[in-house]
Design a protein around this ligand. Sequence first.
Ligand code: TNX
Length: 526
Amino acid sequence: MNVLIHKLMKNLRIIVLTIAAVMIIPASCKPKEPTDLAMSGIIPRPVTVTATGEAFTLNSRTTVFVDAGSDEILKIGYYLVDQLNSSTGLEIAVQEAQEEPGKGSILLTLSGADHNLGEEGYVLTVTRQQVNLSAAKPAGLFRGIQTIRQIMEKDTSSEKTGSFVIPSGTITDHPEYSYRGMMLDVSRHFFGVEDVKKVIEYLSLYKINTLHLHLSDDQGWRIEIKTWPNLTAHGGSTQVGGGEGGFYTQEQYSDIVKFAADRYITIVPEIDMPGHTNAALASYPELNCDGKAPELYTGTEVGFSSLCTKKEITYKFIDDVVREISALTPGPFFHVGGDESHATKVEDYIPFINRVQDIVEKYGKQVIGWDEIALASLKPNSVAQCWASEENALKAIAQGAKILMSPAKKAYIDMQYDKSTPLGLHWAAYIEVDDSYNWDPATYIPGVTKENIIGVEAPMWTETLTKLDDIEYMMFPRLPGIAEIGWTPASLRNWDEYKFRLAKHGKIFEAMDINYYRSPRVPWEE
Ligand code: TNX
């Protein structure tokens, strides 16, 4: 009896072991699922991708090595491990490389990179043994990390839980345009520092490098100006619909600037003038031609307010505002608005803009203004942001100025996707995801060519948007497409291919808890 049981047990053990072997051995020995870097759905699409069909495995023994002796690169290394660890649950460490990093390492380096990669280009080489990310400049490493974040996937070829793979191959990549931005209107509705930081994080994943903040409008003044405190005390106290509004202290604004800079994103501050100024006019009677302060405004009309272009105090005011904000802004640009100044006579508007350009230049910044500023005498380094008028765009380039492309019919991400979209406006167009993707900045305006253009920007006006969820819904999934228009050469862009890459990002949006529009035009992956 005992012998029988013993035999049975032995047989059982063999059976159990065999089952286990069938389950485990083929899993660990079978060749890895063919990972294909070319199919990994990177947005913006890189300039060149060569897939080699293998994969690098990330696990708890993986180490990130960075060039020794640079705080900046070390910081980028920490950023990478934070991203990797939070999405994998691993505890990957970062170290300065003292010698040639071995198997299982991810190396971030500035050495040996081709200088033609420019400020933001990078080369990513992935083998079974190693990941090597190199760039000429730190910003390039940061952009390359976004590619790694997008291509890393759960290892489905192994039973082992907790391992992740990066498909092997080489990516050589750099942007087509130097300026790739989004604008956020924090005036119509105010959005606090934490919301803005979220937006900045979303932008960084798609290699956007600029966030333009529309800091003042009729409905609210949103940045502390120490020499004119009533701008925020009174002018910041409400918003569209009559809510309580808000503003950034200078310290908070600097915190946003730093958070963005850590992600190689430049903040462009905008103070809209001479129109869109009711909040300032309501705060200081002396800025009005009749010396009387109007009431605060909480509606959504445009074109009814103007600073008094004939009063000297107006220029003292602008000088103070530009000086204080410029001192807090390391980026090269100051946006002066200049749009829809229907309450300013054109013969007053032109000298006003000319004078404002001098003030901005005095504080070491380059002017950007909405396309109407082309009516004035633009400085050669001024930039006209084209949202409506082709004629203004041509006037700007005839003066040697550059163009930032934000055509309202394509790039305005405050527009409704279609008639049923609960949020947004439609005065320019209904803009479905394919509409916002299907255009080329370099051919959009006849006579304006790539050489005239610094880049693209997607404006997010917030008349109808009250919370971060709303912003997410209008950004996603259009913003990744605008990012691709700015980064990827036109010859590599095609909606019928792009939509399948975009389809993979639904899962990324969900993992990041982003409220997005599930457009029927995108074949979302389940
Ligand atoms: C036009 S675009 C405006 C903004 C509005 C926007 C709404 C531009 C330069 N001016 O004042 O918020 O339309 O889509």
